[in-house]
Design a protein around this ligand. Sequence first.
Ligand code: NAD
Length: 479
Amino acid sequence: MKMFIDGKKVDARGGKTFDVLNSATLELIDKVPSAGVADVEEAIDAANRGKAVWAKTPVHERARIMQKCADAIDARREELAVSLSTEMGKLIREARPEVRVAAQILRGFAEKACHHYGQTMTEYQVGTENDIIFTRREPLGVVACISPFNYPVELSMQKIAAALAAGNAVIVKPASDNPLTVMKVVEICLENGIPGNVLQLLTGNGAVVGDLLAHSPRVNAITLTGSTEVGLRVAAAGAKTLKRVFLELGGNDPFVVFADADLELAIRDATLGRVQNAGQTCCSPKRFIVENSVRQKFIDGVVARIKGLKLGSPLDETTDMGSLISERAAAEVQKQVDLTVKQGARLVCGGHIFNKTYYEPTILDGVTLEMDIAGALECFGPVFPIIGFDSEDEAVAISNHTPYGLQAGVMTRDMGRAMRVASRLECGGIVINSSGNYRHLDQPFGGWKMSGVGREGVSVTLDEMTQEKSYILKNILQK
Ligand code: NAD
């Protein structure tokens, strides 16, 4: 496929391309352009023309076009889901709902934008009795949307739809391992009425393309979902031009199981939450903090569940877990598991790569706070580090023992305790009686601490994608 700049399908000016592989089989699917400085500048030029066009388009018309794009995505759901499953190893059963939710996100932002109001002020300040002051929410200008590999369609759409609904021009930069389905979705939007200069898409090395976008004075905002490491770079680059930077970053989420919990439910949701997307989910449970009196029972239950999982082709409707995104990703998980074992954890099951990009569901017991995996190390694979505790205070302290703070899950039949613990956890969202692997498209999703800056969801992102302007009609009521 090609990039989209100013309504045209284009190669990189320098002629460079890179390969996109089927993650499960490593077969070549396609080659896409590797953008350089000239391509990025061209996209920024076009978007700066597009921002004026789109800001002048009335919101009802923007919304109508976005609804049409959503219908067109729905109509091609199966084709897009197969594309997504093939390029990233995601189960076809998980790819379909991801495409569906992307269309819902488009509709949600289109509807919300039609009712996104400013404010009017009262005359309570003495001397302003004859003034009328109101505000309008106006677009930021050009918004660069940089997205990760793990939920490429859904997470790109959270950014694209919000930015477009708010009247901004957009430059999309999808992840390099699997950009194809996002490219198809952008193509559908362009075919269904989004003007060519309003929506551009660049493919290429993140450290080149993403960095140029983050540094450019002609890009007004960057919204990135990705690792904390890249988020820190983008924040530093964006600060040079004081652009708005919204960051949805990594996590090392706790899943706290008290002894009074419904243990079967805890075992089921721990397993489902961790193996979904082969463990490559920002808010999947990544540390299992289990009361010592039920720890062994919990481990035995998860082992039994893991044994019953069918690992294999993501396109097979009966498969429970597909591949990781790449050989590099599998090697990284192996390195993290080996390190944790070296630091003293006990390998209960799993612990190996198979078929090059697959990783066995792996349980590591006896994890302690001194080990990296209990704190700053985010493991993006189906790995279950188990940490025991004996008191509520200890469970909270272990949960908060990480620089991250995305989401959490708390399992207990005592609702008072659930709410007490939830109120003490340093994170953006807590799921009571399931794992934190949960996202509603309206929810203000986002992290505390090193998990990000800002909140994303239909209920909140339009505020972030607009700036408020005050209109002052001075002395307008004076006779
Ligand atoms: P990544 O940080 O490697 O890449 C994310 C995007 O940033 C890609 O498009 C990449 O090309 C681009 N990029 C890379 N270097 C850049 C630079 N210097 N400047 C600008 N852009 C650059 O992340 P990934 O491996 O694709 O995704 C996994 C990570 O994303 C995990 O840490 C996960 O927790 C996190 N994530 C967070 C959320 C959330 O909502 N908080 C959701 C999904 C994933």
